[in-house]
Design a protein around this ligand. Structure first.
Ligand SMILES: Cc1cc2nc3c(=O)[nH]c(=O)nc-3n(C[C@H](O)[C@H](O)[C@H](O)COP(=O)(O)OP(=O)(O)OC[C@H]3O[C@@H](n4cnc5c(N)ncnc54)[C@H](O)[C@@H]3O)c2cc1C
Length: 270
């Protein structure tokens, strides 16, 4: 896998592509995960350099039929009404089609992206902007440690498929219950631990933290990538950094979403 550097990411215009994509397929891969395929010129010519690159989905403002797209520098034209925009992971990119597949967590109808994901049909359209490099490779790493909740699962799955054969990876994935587990197809030598909430609410990830606390980590240099609810990720990062001493290499701990009760000052990368 080519190493993504800040330089490579920075060299791209920001955003690289914008446009209106058409939904070409919708599949419910687990009870709470919709797999949505987007096609059309808006998704043509993506660089696809790293696993789990990020695409921003943009919904039209109330009363509008199409979203307004961001300009260079991710600025919106003056007068753009408030629009809903959320980040999703490119689970798979098909350069020939072209098409982008995203896996979208259905966490409830009171949130716009989740509601859309539960109702979207082939032929519907959505604004897209991106992609952005998200995973920063550490070529010096002896192993890769990936951890997160179901919103991190698309990125973890894509990363396990792209890390080179022979590279060791540990993945700790928290999902609602056993029905939310997905078959994974790692190319690398992966050990995957599934953690089930089994009725506990999404967000704080105490079982995931317990599982990491109990984990025997290999010796050597770790590339660490953690994502999920912002406050939970802060706890996971503190454990790995302060209690495990995993301070070397480019550790990535990314807040993917924020629970309604999470204070605003908990803001991680994302
Ligand atoms: C870089 C990046 C990549 C991401 N990739 C993915 C991906 O591939 N698939 C994916 O599903 N998500 C992904 N996410 C997370 C996704 O963007 C958020 O979950 C987003 O908040 C969903 O938008 P919404 O409109 O449904 O809810 P919002 O309007 O943003 O939030 C409303 C409320 O819903 C609740 N909420 C939000 N998300 C969740 C959740 N997952 N579970 C439970 N409650 C929630 C919170 O309490 C929040 O206050 C990613 C985020 C980032 C930053």
């Amino acid at each position: 896998m080519a190493a993504a550097t800040a330089t490579a990411a920075d060299a791209r215009p920001f955003p690289l592509h914008t446009g209106i994509a058409t939904v070409t397929a919708v599949e419910r891969i687990t009870p709470k995960m919709a797999r949505i395929t987007l096609g059309g010129d808006a998704v043509a010519g993506f660089p696809d350099e790293q696993p789990g690159e990020i695409l921003t989905l943009i919904w039209p403002a109330a009363g509008a039929t199409e979203p307004v797209m961001p300009l260079e520098g991710w600025r919106y034209p003056p007068g753009t009404p408030e629009q809903h925009a959320r980040n999703y992971t490119i689970r798979r990119y098909d350069r020939q089609a072209p098409s982008v597949t995203i896996d979208l967590v259905l966490h409830g109808d009171d949130a716009p992206a989740s509601r859309w994901g539960g109702r979207v049909r082939p032929g519907d359209t959505i604004g897209v902007a991106g992609p952005r490099v998200h995973f920063f490779d550490d070529p010096e790493a002896d192993y890769t440690l990936l951890a997160g909740d179901e919103t991190a699962l698309p990125s973890i799955a894509a990363t396990l498929e792209r890390l080179p054969a022979g590279h060791r990876a540990l993945a700790y994935i928290e999902v609602a219950d056993a029905r939310e587990r997905q078959p994974l197809a790692p190319r690398c030598a992966a050990e995957v631990v599934w953690i089930h909430r089994d009725g506990a609410p999404a967000g704080r990830c105490p079982k995931l933290l317990d599982a990491l606390r109990a984990a025997t980590l290999p010796p050597g240099r770790a590339k660490v990538w953690v994502a999920g609810e912002s406050l939970a990720v802060r706890g996971l990062r503190e454990h790995l950094r302060d209690e495990r001493g995993l301070t070397f290499g480019p550790m990535q701990a990314i807040g993917y979403w924020k629970h309604r009760q999470t204070p605003d000052d908990v803001d991680l990368d994302g």
